[in-house]
Design a protein around this ligand. Structure first.
Ligand code: MN
Length: 498
């Protein structure tokens, strides 16, 4: 497969922040260094190597990452594959960018075994997150993997398989966990193509046929809904027909005897409205016009999915009695569904831009409609986050890393614990009997008290009593996990001590 050659201008054109010369200069400077460093190197596909970091940067630009992340994307293979060192990059670009690049290089060094063991993979994901002190490192890694998947045909077949398995089992779930639907869907479909070419082809053909058959039908319903919503004076930002992506379609087919007629959301309609309240108004209008299918109304606005996904889904009986899924959400929810965590950067970049806009101009200028929308969105966001960009990054670190520590058993299993957990928490996390019989603990080979605060990466060994169960009421003073607390209480109660 030949892949389109791009230039740095394409990357800049696709950024989602307001173009300003400072950011553009940074990106171009990063490009110049990367271009020089990779001079003469070729990809397996025969293209100049620089195409790869540029596509990585383009992927980052498209989901709305900032200029520093894009620059790090351009430079991500430089320390590993060229003469230029990370120290030199730091001197030129500062600590923040060099730390991002260093993180990507380090993640690249983790060798992922191609086993299907669920536990192993879950641990791997944790490691991944634990090692990346900054979530942007993981996002760059995903953008890098996406281009590698897009050019996978150039590699030998066994390598293709290994990388595709890894993508399906580690990278796509990671993208999903970060809420970056845009990456998740593309990674999955590309991996699917390599892992199961026959079914991939089958589903591709099927989806195309079905979509063509149904396009007119979907358009008709879209127009009708548009009219109804206008009548009720609901502002619609966007309303359009959509198709399900190939891998998830295949998964659904497998669950429904490969019967395409049982898939209700193969094609659907998405309606984007300004505010949350409009989502519910819209739902009412849709249901007034078309009967909903019982049990298929899902309100992910009140009850978001674990990765933060928000939307209302409903399946309706369309004209001619055909089923059609309708998704209703705000613009912000839509951006978050496509770009996930990255959407936060889009909004904070806009905020900065807005601040510049207001503080630099002393004369009152007419604020364009687009900016008015920003203000509305920003207010919403400010209320929710109440943080600036830096604080937001910090809060991510807390969410993803700081609240969690990862300790190891002597056998190397990773135990995920909340911060300030103790060996007692660790013991109960491994097994309730180990907790109940814990007598002492060693951390990294040294004896520690049972209320010791475990650190990230500690190897924890628990000494247990064979004869007695001895949880102590005292432990309740220092344990952090609810598991430990409830087990200890249960034991006390049974013993009449509580
Ligand atoms: Mn790379």
């Amino acid at each position: 497969m030949s892949y389109p050659l791009i230039t740095i201008e394409d990357v800049i054109k696709n950024t989602r922040f307001y173009p300003d010369s400072r950011r553009e200069t940074l990106i171009k400077k990063a490009y110049d260094l990367a271009e020089k460093a990779h001079q003469g190197q070729k990809r397996k596909s025969g293209e100049d190597y620089i195409q790869h970091p540029m596509h990585t940067a383009l992927n980052l630009a498209k989901i709305g990452m900032g200029s520093k992340t894009i620059s790090a994307g351009l430079l991500h293979d430089v320390p590993e594959d060229t003469q230029i060192t990370i120290e030199e990059i730091e001197k030129e670009f500062g600590k923040e960018i060099s730390a991002l690049i260093d993180g990507v290089t380090k993640l690249g060094k983790i060798r992922l075994r191609g086993t299907k063991e669920e536990i192993f993979l879950e641990n791997l994901r944790k490691m991944f997150l634990a090692m990346a002190a900054d979530v942007r490192v993981v996002i760059i890694k995903l953008a890098d993997r996406l281009h590698n998947m897009e050019t996978l045909d150039a590699l030998p077949p066994e390598k293709q398989q290994r990388i595709a398995v890894e993508t399906m089992e580690v990278f796509a779930p990671l993208a999903n966990r970060l809420g970056i639907g845009e990456f998740k869907v593309r990674l999955e479909d590309l991996a699917f193509k390599h892992l199961d070419p026959e079914n991939f082809e089958y589903v591709t053909k099927l989806a195309k046929e079905q979509y063509e058959q149904r396009r007119k039908y979907v358009d008709k319903v879209v127009n009708e809904l548009r009219r109804e919503l206008a009548k009720e004076k609901i502002e619609v930002i966007k309303i359009f027909g959509r198709t399900k992506h190939l891998h998830s379609l295949f998964q659904k087919l497998k669950r429904h005897d490969m019967d395409i007629n049982k898939i209700y959301d193969l094609t659907g309609i998405r309606i984007i409205v300004p505010e949350v309240v409009n989502c519910y108004e819209t739902l009412g209008i849709v249901h007034k016009r078309f009967h909903p299918l019982v049990g298929r109304i899902k309100d992910y606005i009140s009850l978001p999915k674990p990765n933060g996904y928000q939307s209302i889904h409903t399946t309706i009986f369309g004209p001619e009695g055909k089923f059609l899924e309708v998704q209703i959400r705000t613009k912000k929810m839509d951006d978050e569904a496509e770009f996930g965590i990255a959407a936060h950067w889009i909004y904070s970049e806009k905020k900065k831009r807005l601040r510049d806009y207001f503080f630099r101009s002393s004369t009152a200028q007419k604020v364009p409609e687009k900016e008015v929308n920003w203000i509305r969105q920003l207010r919403e966001w400010q209320n929710e986050l109440g943080k600036d960009n830096q604080e937001f990054i910090e809060s991510l670190k807390i969410d993803f890393f700081k609240n969690h520590i990862f300790a190891f058993t002597p056998l190397g299993d990773i135990i995920d614990l909340p911060e300030e957990s103790t060996p007692v928490d660790f013991a109960y996390k491994v097994h309730s009997e180990i907790g109940n019989r814990a007598m002492g603990a060693k951390v990294n080979g040294r004896i520690v008290p049972l209320d010791y605060k475990i650190h990230n990466g500690d190897v924890v060994e628990i000494a247990t009593s064979k004869e007695h169960k001895n949880p102590s009421r005292d432990w309740l003073r220092f344990v952090r996990t609810s598991e430990a607390k409830s087990h200890i209480r249960k034991f006390m109660k049974k013993d009449g001590m509580l």
